[in-house]
Design a protein around this ligand. Sequence first.
Ligand code: SAM
Length: 432
Amino acid sequence: MKKEAGYVLDVAYPAHFHREIQPVWLTALAQFLGSAPPDITAPYSYCELGCGVGINLLVAAATNPQGQFVGVDFNERHLAIARDAARSIGLDNIRFIQADFAHFARDNNLFFDFIVSHGVWSWIAPGQQQSILQLLQRSLKPRGLLYLHYMCHPGATPMIPVQKLLNELAHQRAGSAEQNIQAGLDLLGRLDAGGAFVDQPGLSARLQALPEKGAAYLAHDFLTDYWRPQHSADMHRLAAQAGVSFLGSADPFDNLERLSIPGNLQPILTSISAPAVRETVKDLARNQHQRRDLFQRDPQRLTAEQHLQQLDALRFRLLPGAPGSGAVHFATPIGPINGPEEIFSPLLQALAARPASFGELRQLPVFAGNVGLLSQSLQMLMWRGHVHPLRPGPAANAQWLGRLNEWIIRQQLRLQVVEDCGTAIHHPLDPA
Ligand SMILES: C[S@@+](CC[C@H](N)C(=O)[O-])C[C@H]1O[C@@H](n2cnc3c(N)ncnc32)[C@H](O)[C@@H]1O
């Protein structure tokens, strides 16, 4: 098994698309959160740290002609796949840099409007984390957005000893990362069957679900020498020291506290004003196991009037597979929520007729005088994958889009590019 800086190298990480790191999504979320994002109708720069095989950057570059995209990863197998794809699509606004974060932070002289990193922070050595913080300090432009995904307490906490076992076992064996994961799963299965987790039924269920994730994914998830969930309050403090402020989540559901925190806990949350205590309470109330945090350097907080003006300009469309009317059922992490027909039907019908701006949707009688209800309903529909903001700015390059689609088919990825939204969706016929 080969490692660098304590991280596994000898197996390629499968391609995972994350809508939450795409520029259109990030800027819309910042706007919902009341902050002015980078202008994506003008040229901008975007960097993904730990980009894997590059699927997120390839979609972003092909659908966002105004952006210049940089991917950083130290795994040459990953970058060979990513570079080959960029060449076959013909993209001229993307490049991949093979480096660890320490070397990249030392050598980089570019400035970025976006720095994003998913599935990386909680899995890397402290020195590599320090380098990411230095990079933020030096290279994120004023108003630039940082998306940082990490594992957090308390949801990820029970897995700490499980990861320790898998990684220690792997160190004792001669096999490949995938073989070592298989041996670890066998051992965990025997422990579970023998009753080791009888007092932790939640953990037992999680362990039983692991094999379906595949050995390559599990090797990257667990066979690192540094596997540390963070407390969000600590993460926000570190980010603040690097000069970036916490805005909210890139997951809209997490920002809708009235929906995502059970009603009987609302009064407790309302009584707390200190941000570090509030976020910790929210993590506890949701048993949060990962966070998709959105930060900004020198955020420009909008007045209520500016905020409404910004929201009014956002345009939305229905995504393939969305209902054209009716009530909407949301299966949320804290249980089912039924979106009433009287609110969602008019909204879905308006969007089924044609894309519409927030300002236009605000004219629907059901939202008269209730901007908050429209904002919440649209964000729930975004979260559910029914609605997406449209990308402002010039049209994408049709040749790039055609070749990106061909590449996606060749790779047998179940993704559908939605070019006018600057994103892709999981195939509408696949289960969510
Ligand atoms: C779990 S994968 C996530 C890939 C992608 N961001 C995603 O979410 O699908 C983590 C990636 O980070 C890269 N990586 C880990 N530690 C690194 C380091 N110190 N420097 C550069 N890349 C690193 C790995 O090679 C891998 O491609």
